[in-house]
Ligand binder design. Structure first.
Ligand code: SAH
Length: 354
C-alpha cells in the first residue's frame, strides 16, 4: 500500500519520513496524486462545500517585534490605526449582510486591561448578528482568553509559526517563548474554544523535516483548525535579509503540499486557504481548496484601512470592495465545482468528533 492509500484509511497514519516524501513532491504526477487524494478526503468530510468567514483586521498596533512581520512594533514605515467599536460593529453587520455566518477578528497583539475590555465590548455588540466568532489577537493571559470566551468568542487562532524551537528562536527577538505559545494553546482549549494553529512554510533555515514536524505538532495539540501559509518576505523586516530567495512558484508549491499532507494526516479539521496564497498567484485561494482546504476568509475590512495591514509584501485585495470580492469568490469556486456554504457557521467537525 502506498503512503497516500494508508493516509486515506485513517488519521495519523503517516510516519514523519512518509510526510517528508509527500511534502517534497515536485513532479506533476506526484503533485497531482497528492492533491487528488487530499481533495478526495476533503470531499468525503465536507462534500463540495467551502466554509466562509469574513476577516476584520481591527488594528495594526502591536507590542511584538517578530522578524518577519510587516506590522512589527519597530517598523516606522507603517501608519498605525485602530478601528473603533462602532467601525467593527458596522463591518460585522456587513459580514452578516453578505450572508457570511462567521467572522474572524484579527489584529496586532496588545495586552492591557483597556484592550481586554474593548474586545469584550466588541463581542457584546456583535452578538445580535449570531455569527461564529474567531479571535486572532495573539498571546494573552488565560484569564483574558476566558473573559473573551464568556463574552461570546468561540474560536481562537494562534499560529505556533514554527514547531521547531530552533527556527522559532531565529525568527523572533530574544526572550519570545515558544513554550508560552504552546501554553496559550492549552489554555484556549481549557477555556472551551475551538483551537486553531498553524505555521509558515518556506521560512529561512526550514527543511522538509521541520515541516513534517509542524504537521505532527498540529496532531499533538489536537488542533481543530489550521491556518497556514507561505512566508513572504516583507522589505521592512530583518528576516528579509536572511531569505533564501525562493520563487513564488516554489513557495506556492510547498504551501499547497503542506495543505494536502495536513489534510491527509489530520482528516476532520478545518483548513483555511489563506490570503497569502493569493499573494503568490491570482487563483491561489482556489488552488488551496483544490489541495484539500475547506475554508476561505475574504477580507471585510473597509478598503481604506487595508494599506495599514500588510504583514507581507504583495498582499492582495488592497483596493477591492467587499461586494465585488464576494461575487468573484462565488464564481471562481463554482468553476472548480465547489459552493460556499451560506447555511452554517462551519464549525470544525474535529471539535464535535473529539
Ligand atoms: N498578532 C496575531 C495575529 C496577526 S498576524 C498573532 O500573533 O497571532 C497573523 C499571521 O500572519 C501570523 O500568525 C503569521 O503567521 C502571518 N505572517 C506574518 N508575517 C508574515 C509574512 N511575512 N509572510 C507570511 N505570513 C506572515
Amino acid at each position: 500500500m502506498t503512503a497516500i492509500e494508508k493516509a486515506l484509511e485513517k488519521p495519523h497514519n503517516l510516519s514523519k519520513g512518509e510526510m517528508v516524501d509527500l511534502l517534497g513532491a515536485t513532479s506533476r504526477e506526484d503533485v497531482e496524486a497528492l492533491r487528488g487524494a487530499a481533495r478526495e478526503l476533503k470531499r468525503r468530510i465536507f462534500g463540495n462545500r467551502v466554509a466562509i468567514r469574513g476577516i476584520v483586521e481591527i488594528g495594526n498596533r502591536c507590542v511584538k517585534d517578530c522578524f518577519y512581520c510587516g506590522i512589527r512594533a519597530s517598523n516606522r514605515n507603517v501608519g498605525r490605526y485602530s478601528l473603533s467599536a462602532d467601525d467593527i460593529e458596522r463591518m460585522a453587520a456587513r459580514n452578516a449582510e453578505l450572508g457570511y455566518k462567521s467572522i474572524v477578528i484579527q489584529g496586532g497583539e496588545i495586552e492591557s486591561e483597556a484592550n481586554t475590555r474593548f474586545i469584550e465590548d466588541v463581542l457584546k455588540r456583535i452578538e445580535p448578528f449570531s455569527l461564529g466568532v474567531t479571535l486572532s489577537l495573539g498571546e494573552q493571559k488565560r484569564d483574558v482568553f476566558q473573559r473573551w470566551r464568556d463574552a461570546g468568542a468561540h474560536r481562537y487562532l494562534l499560529r505556533i509559526e514554527s514547531s521547531s524551537r530552533d527556527i522559532y528562536s531565529k525568527i523572533h527577538p530574544a526572550g519570545y517563548s515558544w513554550e508560552r505559545r504552546v501554553r496559550c494553546l492549552k489554555d484556549l482549549r481549557e477555556c472551551g474554544y475551538q483551537v486553531g494553529t498553524g505555521t509558515m512554510s518556506s521560512l529561512p533555515w526550514q527543511t522538509l523535516d521541520d515541516l513534517a514536524g509542524d504537521i505532527a505538532f498540529f496532531g499533538e495539540v489536537d488542533a481543530d483548525m489550521i491556518g497556514m501559509g507561505p512566508y513572504i518576505p516583507h522589505p521592512d523586516t530583518p528576516l528579509a535579509a536572511s531569505d533564501a530567495r525562493r520563487t513564488n512558484e516554489e513557495r506556492l508549491l510547498l504551501a499547497l503540499n503542506m495543505i494536502s499532507v495536513t489534510r491527509l494526516y489530520l482528516h476532520d479539521v478545518n483548513i483555511a486557504s489563506t490570503t497569502a496564497l493569493e499573494a503568490l498567484a491570482p487563483d491561489g485561494r482556489e488552488q488551496g481548496v483544490m489541495a484539500g482546504a475547506n475554508v476561505v476568509m475574504p477580507n471585510v475590512t473597509d478598503v481604506e484601512y487595508r494599506e495599514g495591514y500588510q504583514l507581507y509584501s504583495g498582499k492582495p485585495g488592497l483596493s477591492e470592495s467587499t461586494f465585488s470580492s464576494k461575487s468573484r469568490l462565488d464564481a471562481s469556486l463554482a468553476l472548480i465545482g465547489e459552493v460556499i456554504d451560506y447555511s452554517s457557521r462551519g464549525d470544525s467537525p474535529r471539535a464535535g468528533n473529539r
